[in-house]
Design a protein around this ligand. Structure first.
Ligand SMILES: Nc1nc2c(ncn2[C@@H]2O[C@H](COP(=O)(O)O[C@H]3[C@@H](O)[C@H](n4cnc5c(=O)[nH]c(N)nc54)O[C@@H]3COP(=O)(O)O)[C@@H](O)[C@H]2O)c(=O)[nH]1
Length: 891
């Protein structure tokens, strides 16, 4: 599709082209007509001159011949009289023949055709009876003049045209002829003097039959040729005396303009033809030149127009781009979130974008015009005091043409409120000259608030708002600096809530969070003004108490700690729950126990564990022995890891017996650490393994090994033996228990119903939905579940119903004194009864005597485990034990 500017150029170009072509055509046409007219005039002029000359020549010759005919005495016209008249007639003939060069000679011929007298040399006995003029004139008495065809003269062999007049007697009888041969060469010379161009032609013809007398230039074989269908001759034949005609000559196929004219009343006409190519040669050259120049001009014009069009297109494109750029700029200017204001060299308002007016609260832009902008928006400081004009960086930028980069300050809004901004000021340039200032600013109020928030969160605990460990360390440095200067002591208290996990797990995290917030508030209320309470995470707090010496040393500190412990003991009311808690506190002193934050915190932490061990809700001051113990624990931990990797753990198996018949139904797998010759009991490393998380890989190994061993027994003894494995609460929390169990079963090939997992009540109490889910998935696997140490925790009956538990293992603390303690008996009876109703199996742990075994059997307990039947045995020992039992003998 042609674009509009291109179309305009095309139309313009075509109009110009047509106009130029029309003008050239007109000029060339005019020139053509002019040339043709000129040629006609030339031809006419030539013909007129030639006709005049020819007519004069013929007329003169005719007059001479007629005079000769009249003067010639008739008697002289006989052969007989010739001698008599020869001399006189010779003189008479000689005179005119001498004066007229066109005449070859004059001759007198008698009625028999004998040439009697001649002005020139005469052939002897010449007779012209056969000549056309003699025949015509002798036979046609009415003829008074006759011209012959062009003939070659018999004497001088030149071309001649015989002109003859008759001599008649007074009675009209034919007596002879006076004749003059006209020299064609004479006429030829006449024609030769005329220049009609390279292809010009002059013809001299008879008007009756068109026979050619003379042609210039001569063309051999054409003389005496008649004409047929020649348009010029047709016009002569039609009686035209003279005229002009243009046609192609049949003889040479050249187009000419011919002017023709009859020669007086003689039977001749003369024609001058100028070839079109000759008279138009210049016109053709002009035409060619004009066409070439025109074409070149047109090409040049087209090129120029093309360039013009391109340049116009470029201009339009550039102008479009400029407009688009302008629009983009305007759009950007209007939509940018940053405020932009312009002012002149005196700081007077010039322009602003919508964001600037919005941020500054000026709805009406017209009201801003010519106002002093620095004074209007930058007249106040952040605290509300006036900003002296000398301190206004914007005014300085305006006055001194300076640039301001990223200055943070406040601007005054239209309603007088302050707006926190970051602004830049740049000189406003026009043609390289500074004509004012552009101010760019953005609202940084929100950013500032966020930065403050981030800064706060970086140093505070998000939940309680208390300083965090980073700020605690910072405060510690400040306080120890002060303590150094005043030779004071500083106490660092590591406080851990007692039983917080139970509250969190049983009542939910919302209540737990509220509890922590309440504890934080209470701690702050219990502390002195210059004390610092921080939250380290979870239920751990760190308290920094300076000025210990001033408060009476450790005794004073003990009083303060006592107040804190007492204060925390007071119930909290949270979400309709009245909750009680307590705290265990470890204390480390600066500079007594260390000079740096980390050392003191570790020591306070260690001391806190001792407070926990001491029964909780109390505090312990750090002493070096604690450190030694802590070191031992650390060493044990790394030792344990190495042992796990080295495969130093073994399983012992304690039989579980059916009380009814003493038959071994299963075994409990109990892990031991074979540390060289020393066999370490689980009570010494399981707590550490649980606290360090190492119980997870250890538990996996126990499961795999127990399953493997159970399969081996199955193969050795043909009867199924259930293996019970203890599962720690940590394994529930951190390990992928279902996966581990499924893998152990799959790897060993043990049927799931021969694996029993022993879970403590505490595990079930602390875990909630997650535990239920895991248990139901384990139950789906087909493994059995037993609750270990039953009776020591707080299992609710609802729990037992919901869980797919198969067995309750009654804790050995109830069994040990069963025979003597009635309470224990009642408890055990109640457990057995409850289990029966819930269709759960019962197993009594720690059965050490036959008496107790019998009592339990009577109470309805189904199974028992204890030293009475067997201590935990190695695999080999158990193998022997089982064989012995099968054989009916005690091992
Ligand atoms: N998570 C895991 N815990 C395990 C694993 N192996 C053991 N344990 C736990 O360690 C606790 C101590 O076990 P252990 O020292 O082996 O003591 C067991 C028995 O030897 C002991 N017992 C058995 N009968 C009697 C008895 O008649 N008198 C008496 N004084 N003690 C006896 O009781 C322990 C078995 O108790 P329980 O597990 O509750 O059935 C132990 O509590 C295990 O939980 C392990 O692989 N993973």
């Amino acid at each position: 599709m042609i674009q509009r500017p291109q179309r305009i150029y095309l139309v313009f170009f075509l109009l110009l082209f047509m106009g130029t072509a029309a003008l050239i055509a007109f000029l060339l046409g005019t020139a053509y007509v002019e040339k043709q007219h000129q040629a006609e005039v030339n031809a006419r002029n030539v013909v007129a001159v030639l006709e005049a000359r020819l007519e004069a020549t013929l007329r003169r010759t005719q007059a001479n011949l007629e005079e000769l005919a009249q003067r010639t005495p008739l008697p002289a016209l006989s052969l007989a009289a010739r001698p008599q008249y020869a001399a006189a007639m010779q003189r008479q003939l000689a005179l005119p023949a001498r004066h007229f060069p066109e005449i070859v000679g004059l001759r007198l011929i008698d009625a028999e055709g004998n040439v009697l007298y001649a002005s020139d040399r005469l052939l002897p006995q010449a007779n012209v009876r056969d000549r056309s003029y003699f025949i015509a004139l002798s036979q046609h008495p009415q003829l008074s003049l006759f011209f012959s065809e062009v003939t070659t003269g018999r004497i001088n062999r030149s071309l001649q045209l015989y002109m003859a007049v008759p001599i008649r007697t007074p009675q009209g009888a034919f007596a002879g002829i006076a004749m003059a041969p006209l020299d064609i060469g004479y006429f030829q010379q006449l024609f030769d003097g005329v220049d009609l161009g390279p292809h010009g032609v002059i013809t001299f013809r008879r008007s009756d039959d068109g026979r050619l007398v003379l042609r210039h230039p001569a063309r051999p074989g054409t003389v005496n040729q008649t004409l047929h269908n020649n348009p010029m001759h047709q016009r002569v034949e039609a009686g035209e005396q003279q005229g002009v005609i243009r046609f192609y000559a049949a003889i040479d196929h050249i187009e000419r303009i011919y002017a023709f004219k009859r020669v007086g009343d003689f039977p001749f006409y003369v024609a001058a033809g100028i070839a079109s190519d000759d008279f138009l040669a210049q016109w053709h050259a002009t035409l060619l030149g004009t066409v070439v120049v025109s074409l070149l001009s047109l090409v040049l014009l087209a090129w120029l127009l093309q360039r013009l069009r391109r340049s116009e297109e470029r201009r339009l494109h550039a102008s479009g781009e400029l407009q688009a750029s302008e629009d983009r700029f305007q759009q950007l200017f209007n939509s940018v979130g940053e405020g932009i204001c312009g002012m002149d060299g005196q700081g007077r308002y010039l322009f602003s974008n919508p964001a600037a007016r919005h941020l500054l609260g000026h709805a009406d832009e017209a009201a801003l015009h010519a106002q002093d902008l620095p004074g209007l928006i930058h007249g106040q400081q952040a605290d509300g005091r006036p900003l002296p004009p000398a301190d206004c960086l914007i005014r300085q930028a305006v006055q001194q043409g300076q640039t301001v980069h990223e200055a943070d300050d406040v601007f005054t809004r239209a309603d007088g409120s302050l707006l926190a901004v970051r602004y830049d000021a740049y000189p406003l340039l026009k043609d390289g000259k500074n004509v004012g200032t552009v101010l760019l600013f953005q609202d940084i109020g929100e950013r500032k608030r966020q930065q403050q928030q981030i800064a706060f969160l970086a140093h505070h605990d998000a939940l309680t708002g208390l300083p965090n460990r980073i700020l605690a360390e910072d405060r510690f440095c400040q306080l120890t600096g002060l303590a150094q200067r005043h030779e004071e002591r500083l106490a660092m208290l590591f406080l851990d809530l007692d039983g917080f996990k139970t509250i969190n797990d049983s009542l939910g995290h919302d209540v737990g969070d509220e509890m922590l917030q309440a504890v934080a508030q209470r701690l702050q209320s219990l502390l002195r003004e210059h004390d610092t309470a921080c939250r380290l995470g979870g239920d751990e707090f760190l308290l920094l108490l300076p000025g210990i010496r001033g408060m009476g040393g450790v005794e004073g500190l003990a009083l303060l700690i006592g107040r804190i412990l007492h204060g925390l003991e007071q119930p909290f009311v949270l979400q309709h729950h009245q909750l009680s808690t307590s705290a265990s506190i470890g204390v480390a002193l600066y500079p007594d126990d260390g000079g740096d934050f980390t050392t003191l915190m570790k020591k306070a932490d260690t001391a806190m564990y001792h407070a926990k061990d001491a029964g909780r809700n109390t505090y312990r001051l750090f002493d070096e022995r604690m450190n030694v113990e802590a070191q031992q624990v650390l060493r044990l931990r790394s030792h344990f890891m190495a042992a796990l990797e080295a495969g130093q753990f073994v399983l012992h198996y304690q039989p579980q017996v059916r009380l009814e018949d003493g038959r071994v139904l299963g075994v409990e797998a109990l892990v031991r650490w074979q540390d060289g010759a020393q066999l370490i009991a689980p009570a010494e490393f399981i707590p550490m393994a649980e606290s360090s998380g190492l119980i997870v890989p250890l538990g996996e190994w126990v499961l795999r090994e127990a399953c493997r061993q159970a399969v081996q027994w199955q193969q050795e003894h043909d009867s199924p033996l259930c293996v019970a494995v203890n599962i720690s609460a940590v394994q529930f929390k951190r390990g992928n228990l279902e996966h581990t169990v499924a893998e152990a079963l799959a790897h060993s090939g043990l049927p799931p119903q021969l694996l029993e997992l022993e879970l403590t009540e505490t595990t079930l109490l602390h875990q909630t939905e997650a535990v239920l889910h895991t248990l139901s998935r384990l139950s789906e696997l087909g493994v059995r579940l037993a609750i270990d140490d039953f009776g020591t925790g707080y299992s609710s009956l609802a729990y037992l119903k919901r869980l797919s538990v198969n067995k309750l293992k009654i804790d050995q603390s109830f069994i040990r004194h069963l025979a003597e303690d009635a309470d224990d008996g009642n408890i055990v009876c109640a457990i057995i009864e409850m289990a029966r109703k819930l269709q759960l199996q019962t197993l009594a742990e720690g059965v050490e005597s036959q008496q107790i075994a019998e009592l339990l059997r009577q109470m309805g307990c189904e199974q028992a485990q204890g030293y009475h039947f067997a201590r935990p045995l190695t695999a080999a020992q158990l193998h022997a034990y089982l064989q012995a039992q099968r054989a009916g003998r005690p091992s």
